[in-house]
Design a protein around this ligand. Structure first.
Ligand code: NGQ
Ligand code: ZN
Length: 450
């Protein structure tokens, strides 16, 4: 079936264009015409942007959003939050996960994300034994992606150890664990669970330098081939200190000395880097996976953007404590403003829009990290977001000012419709299946939290 969408203005790879007519067949864009009048039967909208990639998500954590915001007995930190998270996931089965992920993914679509990189590490059953299908939990993720329509890059996570130097895993980590052989089986099965999803991608992820030994990391890189490789790195100061004590090197420094880091890689967080590490990462072609909302929520720190000129980066919603593409981008810039006491620090050049730099950076880096092209262009999946031109923050704006208005002055309330692979999934900022998804989510959470 061929359909055509017509936009008064659209953000194309070459920049803003007027009177844009996009023809779609089989979910893909077959033609992009500019300065073209609408034709009878075209669905007409005002402002179109390409969908963004959310390069780092732990969907299940959406279910505990807001439940770790109460001060504990001792100093609260990333590490005490992690204990809360381990307790939350203890009883979660595949159906629970599918219900929570469906809510998270519908919310992602509602804010303009059209692809998610799911960094998925809860593989075993509640007792720590493999499910009859070892990829049952991965299949639940695939089911949620299929149900909501979001594009999926699945990153099955390898996890074997509880700390640097192959320390034994703790009881709270029992559902995550594999050796290389069982992981290869898991990944094959997970790949089969993606078969019915349009343009799904299968990558892999060593969880962190804490969870995989150097030998295991080498095995995983070989297993990945040309597929995306993601890893958590240098998120917390304690992780840097532990890595130094173990190896004499800092995490990013260690990774560059011991692994072939290139454009296949996404280094998630990469918060604590020296200027030399920051330069190494920028020159490598790897993507820095920034998760500003979660990094703020967990007290991680601020990415060293000033030393990262020319480096690739994208955004992820990570813990999903709050899901909003524009807010991730805004907070990335605001973290820099608060740290360096300046304004428009991430804009590309004097006179240029900060919002446009944020959007294009995240669009390109997200596509690279998730192994799937982005942009409103012939051959790509029709993954398109429209903004509501009547939103007060967008009135009387054009071009890049529309992106600035969305990111800095409106947020998700400016999102109108979202198409993914040619199917309209969101209208007036609401996912078409949101009601049923929320109902199931409510029943699931009631069961898990009671
Ligand atoms: C995770 N999350 O795997 O969910 C981690 C916490 C860890 C973040 N790093 C666990 N934000 O790193 O050990
Ligand atoms: Zn993470």
């Amino acid at each position: 079936m061929t359909q055509a969408l017509h936009f008064a203005t659209a953000y194309l790879p070459q920049g803003w264009a007027s009177n844009v007519r996009v023809t779609i067949a089989g979910g893909r864009i077959t033609q992009v015409e500019t300065d073209s009048a609408p034709r009878p039967g075209d669905e007409r909208h005002a402002i179109a942007l390409p969908g963004l990639a959310n390069l780092h998500s732990h969907a299940f954590q959406r279910g505990m959003a807001g439940l770790a915001e109460r001060r504990g007995q001792s100093d609260d930190s990333f590490w005490t939050w992690r204990e809360v998270m381990y307790r939350f996931v203890e009883r979660m089965g595949p159906d629970d996960l599918a219900a929570i992920a469906a809510l998270a993914y519908s919310e992602m679509l509602e804010t303009g994300f059209t692809r998610v990189g799911e960094f998925h590490y809860v593989h075993r059953d509640t007792t720590g034994e493999p499910y009859a299908d070892p990829a049952a939990m991965s299949a639940a993720i695939a089911q949620a992606a299929g149900e909501t329509g979001i594009a999926l890059t699945l990153l099955p996570v390898f996890y074997a150890h509880g700390g640097f130097g192959s320390q034994p895993a703790t009881a709270g980590q029992r559902r995550f664990l594999h050796d290389l052989d069982s992981f290869a089986v898991l990944r094959d099965n997970a790949g089969r669970a993606l078969a019915h999803l349009p343009d799904a991608v299968l990558g892999l992820a060593p969880h962190s330098l804490r969870a995989a030994s150097p030998e295991q990391l080498t095995g995983l890189v070989a297993m990945a081939g040309t597929a995306p490789i993601h890893i958590h790195i240098a998120e917390q100061v304690r992780e840097v200190e532990d890595c130094l004590a173990w190896s004499g090197a800092r995490p990013v420094e260690w990774l560059f000395s011991n692994a072939p880091v290139d454009h296949r890689w996404c280094l998630v967080h990469a918060t604590h880097m020296t200027p030399a590490e920051t330069r190494l990462l920028a020159q490598s072609g790897a993507v820095a996976g920034l998760c500003p909302i979660t990094e703020a929520n967990l007290g991680d720190g601020v990415f060293p953007a000033p030393g990262y000129a020319g480096g690739a980066w994208g955004i992820g919603s990570d813990s999903n404590v709050l899901i909003d593409a524009s807010e991730e981008l805004r907070l990335y810039e605001y973290g820099q403003r608060l740290t360096h006491r300046g304004r428009n620090l991430l804009a590309a050049a004097p006179g240029a829009s900060t919002g446009a730099a944020l959007f294009t950076g995240a669009l390109a880096g997200g596509a690279r990290a998730l192994g799937a092209p982005s942009g409103i262009a012939v051959g790509n999946s029709a993954d398109i977001v429209t903004l509501n031109c009547d939103h007060p923050a967008l009135l009387a704006r054009s071009g890049d000012a529309l992106i600035d208005g969305w990111i800095f002055a409106a947020g998700r309330t400016a999102i109108d419709c979202v198409w993914r692979h040619g199917t309209k999934l969101v209208t007036q900022g609401r996912h078409h299946a949101r009601e049923a998804i929320t109902r199931r989510y409510r029943a699931t959470l009631t069961g898990l939290l009671e």
